[in-house]
Design a protein. Structure first.
Lengths: 472, 491
């Protein structure tokens, strides 16, 4: 029998507000332990939380960008559990009245992964093990999180991956999180179950906690799928439980069953008043959203006529897409700009991080100037490419690098003369070409370009060269 | 301290200071000496802070010498309940768990008073984590009643009440979750005001039950309660539930109460001792003689108040007290092998019996399977109690009720059933559940000479009206309702 994987995801995303969710401490990552804390985020007796409205606004933006409904009145609850990194022995979260509900993210296939809810909560500190002792660092305590929960709509590991990537991209676009998995600012819990293909009934699920990389998530889901299929095939029951993924062995192991599940004794947080959001506030936040990846992609393919693969590549990096939009703004041939970015410029930023940062010496406006010259026919592609390289090296605008004379190109008579010299000087290449090796002409074109310092039009040169070879 | 029929302490001391009849250092030393002499009898103070007090006193004297006008509470020696956070000054909650704990920040109320140069004499005793009605659950031993040291001071703010009634402080701040200001004030024959929930910032009040806790003054007279209330009832951005006061109380005290409608809910007059009943009836007659009108009506939801209170308060307490794990501050058990064992031992050894009982109860009512039956039901009934009072205030201006059904009980009284002790709170807890302002004022004495107190309860943020009614009564009844104790600093 064939089995189908059914998965739902709970994704924790650290919000990049300047300050923590309930106090004025900075959310900066990577500082000396216990330097970003105060009486409030360390839960000193008598302190009270004070909700940072920026956190609410960030979460609402996340909700709007994923098609959620925004609750006019939400509230916060206490989730009680004891652990040394949780200084109040409860986490302030949202239990039954989350800020955002009923959204979705659409996959490339057109399938929608429904989002049940997005709620806000505080992060805990973390334990540091050193020389056999355990210490607690509360810097992360009180850093704002959103938890994005989906319905069990995911049907494959690839879909899970695509969903998380898309969620990540949207959050980066709207500027609410940097979503760095390696720094823990995005972590996933995956609920996995299996069922015979074609069945409508959901199987019993196991929850795998705290995946902080795509590799782990993929491995864990695959292992869990296989494990559950084996159980079902051999007539055994899948137990509802929480499991931990061990990256050393590539396996998952049970942490606690449903019966041992922690009882969080949720109740309303009496120290905070309801979170009220007016329709006007929602609209104001909606107005602040940038164009989202899906819309950008559609525009690049639909309006600009970019090949889907190129459009995807540009959309994948928010800063790159913004750079492209600015450079291509109002041009007849945005595709040319796209090609320059995907070619010359991407070559200078080989890693994802570099593309993410998109740190360039030139501005988008400078690329636009260059593109305008191309578009008007004043500059040929070859010269444009070499000029762009120089621009990227020096940060100088095209006007400083290329003179009017350069732009004039090479007039036809002069080009004829150079081509004739080239044919005369390279009898071997000419012979090769005549013998049917059409590629041999490329060497001659290269020579012409070199001689004209790239100013010649390569297509024109090729035509002349072939004409001359045939004549000779 | 009677001055043309009006009782006042703070204004009188303030005038003595500004007229240089006494220096602030002399006044402060008088109180410190009295504490030195009497505290071993009353156990009112857990920590005495002579250095802080005298430093402030010297600053006040310098301001007087420079001809500055004193602010209303400037230079007045006072005390804080030991659950109010004071930077650098030990704050124990009368628990072994927080013995030696020195906070790194000031509670908002203390910040407000400190900025006025209030002279802090020390931190006063209480039931452990404010859980109790006798002060006897204090890890350091309970405070006793200055009127009769064989009887309890009441609780949980027993130390403040004992200190103020015993003249070891001019006034103090307590906290009231289910009667913890009003009940000891009543037992000790003085005035205690529990403000409207949200009138005074809770920032820095070590939480017992967050949705019920309020800080308020314990004073020798109504005028002082108004003065202190006006000073501490300020909106505070550090407390999201804080709103500040609607109007100042002091200017309203002189208002004529003729025509005021005083509501008397029948349910409040069941199960009282005969002496308390007699005292209440006399108080009603006093009000009628001043032209007020007594309105009787039923307030049925009152009968749910006690269980509702103990369910909600314990639930919140269980959560609030989860943080005492021995990791960051306070007591830590000594012998343990695992972190889990450390936390368990720390909490078993650091918390007293009553605190442990309420934590267990609270976790029980919140646990899955019982939440609906207890916590949810209590929340719904809380709504009914709120509504009941709202309806009552449609037909009257203030509600009058006894503060406690009895007078201070003897020290060491123990019950095998703790719910018998909980009955002490039956008159006070409904007010916290409804979030209303209420003041307890002395209204007479029982046969043993122990004080009886009466509550005046108002609509939300109507402290001025409540204190106005209390002030009129105090002026009308004089020595019949209040007698100063002959100990401590005699002004």
């Amino acid at each position: 029998m064939k089995y189908e994987l059914v998965a739902g995801l709970e994704t924790h995303i650290e919000l990049s507000t300047k300050t923590k969710i309930f106090c004025g401490c900075t959310t900066e990552f990577g500082s000396e332990p216990n330097t970003h804390c105060c009486p409030i985020c360390t839960g000193m007796p008598g302190t009270l939380p004070k909700l940072n409205r920026a956190v609410v606004n960030f979460a609402i933006k996340a909700g709007l960008a994923t098609h959620c409904e925004i609750a006019p009145v939400a509230k916060m609850d206490r989730k009680n559990y004891v652990y040394p990194d949780l200084p109040k022995a409860y986490q302030i979260s949202e239990f039954d009245k989350p800020l955002c509900q009923n959204g979705y993210i659409e996959l490339e296939s057109g399938r929608r992964i429904r989002i049940t809810r997005i709620h806000i909560e505080e992060d805990a500190g973390k334990l540091v093990h050193q020389r056999g002792d355990t210490y607690v660092d509360y810097n992360r305590g009180g850093v704002p999180l959103i938890e994005v929960v989906t319905e069990p709509d995911i049907r494959s590991i690839d879909e899970a991956r695509e969903y998380v990537e898309k969620l990540q991209l949207i959050m980066k676009y709207i500027g609410v999180s940097d979503c760095k998995m390696q720094e823990g600012s995005l972590r996933c819990d995956v609920n996995v179950s299996v069922r015979p293909e074609g069945s409508e009934k959901l199987g019993t699920r196991a929850e795998i906690k705290n995946m902080n990389s795509f590799t782990f998530m993929t491995k864990a889901m695959q292992y869990e799928f296989d494990r559950q299929v084996d159980l079902v095939e051999s007539g055994e029951q899948v137990v509802q439980e929480t499991r931990r993924f061990d990256d050393a062995t590539g396996t998952t192991e049970g942490m606690r069953s449903k019966e041992d599940a922690q009882d969080y004794r949720y109740f309303r947080e009496p120290d905070l008043v309801s979170i009220v959001t007016t329709p006007e506030q929602v609209e104001e936040l909606r107005g602040q959203l940038p164009e989202l990846p899906d819309a950008k992609y559609a525009r690049y393919v639909g309006e600009y006529g970019l090949p889907p693969a190129d459009a995807s590549l540009l959309v994948k990096y928010r800063r790159v897409a913004e750079f492209f939009d600015e450079a291509a703004n109002g041009l007849q041939t945005p595709k040319t700009v796209a090609n320059l970015i995907l070619g010359q410029i991407f070559r200078r930023m080989p890693t994802d991080e570099e593309k993410e940062a998109c740190n360039l010496l030139i501005s988008a406006g400078m690329l636009r100037e260059l593109a305008l010259l191309l578009e008007s026919g004043k500059m040929k592609m070859n010269l444009a490419k070499s000029t762009l390289d120089t621009m990227l090296d020096t940060g100088k605008p095209v006007g400083e690098l290329v003179s009017e004379g350069d732009l004039a190109g090479v007039d036809e008579d002069a080009l004829y003369k150079i081509c004739a010299e080239m044919v005369a000087a390279n009898p071997n290449a000419v012979a090769d070409y005549r013998a049917g090796k059409e590629k041999a002409v490329k060497a001659l074109i290269g020579g012409v370009m070199k001689a004209t310092k790239g100013k010649a039009d390569a297509t024109q040169a090729e035509a002349i060269l072939i004409e001359l070879i045939h004549k000779a | 301290m009677s001055e043309s029929g009006v009782r006042r302490m703070i204004a009188k001391l303030s005038r003595m200071l500004s007229e240089k009849q006494i220096s602030c250092v002399e006044l402060t030393k008088a109180y410190l000496d009295a504490i030195e002499k009497e505290n071993n009898k009353l156990h009112a103070y857990i920590t005495v802070t002579p250095e802080t007090a005298l430093n402030t006193a010297r600053a006040v004297d310098a301001r007087i010498a420079a001809g500055e006008t004193l602010r209303p509470l400037e230079g007045i020696p006072m005390t804080l309940k030991d659950n109010l956070s004071t930077a650098g000054i030990e704050t124990t909650c009368a628990s072994k768990m927080l013995q030696g704990y020195r906070p790194i920040y000031d509670a908002t109320v203390w910040k407000l008073l400190r900025e006025q140069n209030a002279v802090l004499l020390g931190k006063t005793n209480m039931d452990e984590f404010a859980m109790g009605s006798s002060c006897e659950t204090s890890y350091f031993g309970g405070s006793v009643n200055p009127h009769n040291t064989g009887h309890v001071a009441g609780g949980s703010s027993g130390g403040v009440a004992s200190a103020v009634a015993g003249n070891l402080a001019a006034y103090g701040l307590g906290s009231d979750t289910g009667g913890s200001i009003r009940q000891p004030a009543s037992f000790c024959g003085i005035v205690g005001l529990k403000p409207t929930y949200g009138a005074v910032s809770r920032y820095g009040l070590i939480a017992y039950a967050s949705s019920l806790d309020q800080i308020g003054p314990i004073t020798t007279c109504v005028e002082d309660a108004a003065l202190v209330f006006d000073a501490i009832a300020q909106y505070d951005p550090m407390d999201s539930t804080s709103q500040g006061k609607q109007s100042s109380a002091l200017p309203a005290l002189q208002n004529d109460i003729c025509g005021m409608k005083i509501g008397v809910p029948n349910e409040y007059f069941e199960g009282l001792s005969d002496e308390v009943t007699a005292s209440m009836n006399e108080a009603m007659r006093a009000y009628e003689s001043m032209g007020a009108q007594i309105v009787r009506f039923p307030l049925a939801p009152l009968k749910y108040a006690l269980p509702v209170y103990y369910i909600l308060a314990c639930a919140e307490a269980a959560s609030n007290l989860g943080r005492y794990d021995g990791i960051r501050y306070g007591y830590r058990a000594e012998n343990y092998n695992t972190i889990h064992e450390m936390i368990c031992k720390t909490r078993s050894e650091g918390f007293g019996k009553e605190v442990q009982r309420r934590i267990l109860l609270g976790n029980y009512v919140l646990s899955s399977g019982y939440y609906e039956a207890y916590y949810r039901k209590a929340q719904n009934l809380r709504g009914a109690i709120v509504k009941g009072f709202d309806e009552a205030f449609a037909s009257c201006d203030v509600v009058m009720a006894p503060t406690v059904p009895m007078t201070a009980f003897p020290c060491g009284r123990t019950h095998s059933d703790p719910t018998e002790d909980y009955l002490t709170d039956i008159c006070t807890v409904p007010i916290n559940i409804a979030g209303l302002p209420a003041v307890s004022v002395p209204c007479g004495f029982d046969g043993k000479g122990l004080p009886i107190g009466m509550q005046l309860i108002g609509p939300r943020f109507q402290e001025a009206q409540v204190l106005n009614a209390a002030y009129a009564f105090e002026r009308e009844t004089g020595e019949k309702s209040f007698q100063a104790v002959k100990m401590g600093v005699q002004i």
